[in-house]
Design a protein around this ligand. Sequence first.
Ligand code: ZN
Length: 271
Amino acid sequence: MPELPEVEVTRLSFAQRIAGARIDGVRMGKPLRWPLGCEPEQLVGQRVLAVRRRGKYLLLDLSEGLLMLHLGMSGSVSFGSPLAEPGKHDHFDLVTSLGTLRLHDPRRFGAVVFASDEADAAAQKLLGRLGVEPLGDAFDVATFQQALKSRNMAIKQVLLGGQAVVGVGNIYASEVLFLAGIRPTTKALRISKARAALLHGAIRQVLAQAVAKGGSTLRDFSNAQGEAGHFQLEAMVYDRAGLPCRVCAAPIKSMRQGQRSTFYCATCQKP
Ligand code: ZN
């Protein structure tokens, strides 16, 4: 599943190239997770002013509205001119004067949703409950410590929940907990201030590094120019069950938490 770094890498790979483009047409494939929320014709003639990101949503600021794009479980975006004829898993094309933005999504858990602006109910429904951005200034140690203190749940589940901080998905949750030396099953409210500060730093470091390296290659991720990421090659624990820990050489363990796989080192990560 594309996580925040992959979405950010996707954004960086086409944001500047599409800025200023005029929308000339919209092609819809099979239904996605949610309906578009407007007539496709309403988009034609509008300009794409900028591309932002909030959590795992790509936000296309239009001259009259906002287009929110989510990659779901298996989505990827390409942007170019000309693109090949749409294939059976290409379910949305935004044809613009500077190229076509295409959502390729075999499992169709992704979506493209229009809202008149960010305060609109359609936008608030998707964006309104998202936690603070991990790479932004609003994500500070004190607020994060406070958020952990109020949660009587395993820290891994709190991270995945997205309300203490948004965008730490399954791969990166295992990685940041390893870096902070915290066992994934530790209750959030039992984590000391000092360890919460370590975790805060680890979240920033791992996500920023993943963006810098082009996102994860897991599940065939590639950016809008078709380039694969390299993060998986350097994962410390994720998907390494039974392999020696890169720090202490003890075998990496795996377990299920909330139906998701978790990887950790029982020596390096303390309860
Ligand atoms: Zn270890």
